[in-house]
Write a protein of this length. Structure first.
Length: 216
C-alpha cells in the first residue's frame, strides 16, 4: 500500500493528482504523482511571483528562497515535461478508462450502502450492469466484459479519489474534506466483500491512501 501526503498547495491542484492516477501501473502512477506535485509547486510559485511582483526577488530577505527556486528549476522543468506526457495519455484514452472504473467503484459503494453487497464479475453483477448501460447509451470503452474486467483490475486501487471529487461536485454544500471522503470510500471498498465471499471488493494492499498534511 502506498501513502501519498497532500499539502495545502497540492490540494488546490488535486485534479492533477487524479490525472497522475490514470497511468496504467502502480510504478508509473507513483512517478506521475511526484511530477504532479512539482506541477503544483510551479503553479504556486507562478501565483506568488505574480502577486508580489518581480522586485521581491531582489530583496536580500528573499535571497535563500530565490536560490532554491533557481536550484530546483531544472528538476521542475523535467517533471513538467514528464507530466505533460501523462496528460497526453490521459486525453488519448486513460481518462475514459478511469471514468469507467470510478463509475464501477461508485456502483459498488451504493451496493454496500444499500446492504446488497452485489458481486462484481458475477452473471448479473456490477460489471454486467455497466456493460448493459454502456450498450444502451452507446458509451465507448465499456461495452465489452473483458475490457471492463481489465479496466476495473487496473484502476480499482485508486478510484476512491475520483469518487470523492465527483461527490464534491455533485454536493457542493457537504461539510467533509475531499480527502476524508476518499478515505471513507477506500475503507468501504477494502472492508466489505460481495455476498458469499471472503475477499474484499478491493484488496487493501492495492490501494493508495491520501493523507493531508498541514504546512502552516
Amino acid at each position: 500500500m502506498l501513502t501519498v501526503s497532500i499539502n495545502e498547495y497540492e490540494l488546490m491542484s488535486i485534479e492533477i493528482i487524479r490525472i497522475a492516477l490514470s497511468e496504467p501501473t502502480p510504478e508509473l502512477r507513483e512517478k506521475a504523482i511526484a511530477n504532479a506535485k512539482h506541477e503544483a509547486v510551479t503553479s504556486w510559485l507562478t501565483t506568488r511571483i505574480d502577486k508580489l511582483g518581480i522586485d521581491w526577488m531582489s530583496d536580500p530577505k528573499n535571497a535563500e528562497f530565490v536560490r532554491w527556486i533557481a536550484k530546483t528549476s531544472i528538476e521542475r522543468h523535467e517533471a513538467s515535461y514528464q507530466f505533460m506526457q501523462t496528460g497526453i495519455r490521459y486525453e488519448e484514452g486513460n481518462e475514459r478508462k478511469l471514468n469507467v472504473a470510478e463509475h464501477i467503484g461508485t456502483l459498488i459503494w451504493r451496493s454496500i450502502q444499500d446492504k446488497k453487497f452485489e458481486g462484481v464479475q458475477t452473471t448479473h453483477g456490477i460489471l454486467r450492469q455497466v456493460r448493459d448501460q454502456a450498450q444502451k447509451h452507446s458509451v465507448s470503452g465499456a461495452k465489452d466484459m473483458d475490457t471492463l474486467r481489465g479496466t476495473w483490475n487496473r484502476y480499482r486501487g485508486i478510484v476512491h479519489l475520483g469518487m470523492a471529487l465527483d461527490y464534491c461536485e455533485d454536493y457542493p454544500d457537504h461539510d467533509q474534506h475531499v480527502l476524508d471522503l476518499a478515505e471513507n470510500f477506500r475503507r468501504g471498498l477494502s472492508q466489505f466483500c460481495p455476498k458469499g465471499t471472503k475477499k474484499p471488493y478491493v484488496a487493501e494492499g492495492e490501494q493508495i491512501i491520501f493523507h493531508y498534511i498541514s504546512i502552516f
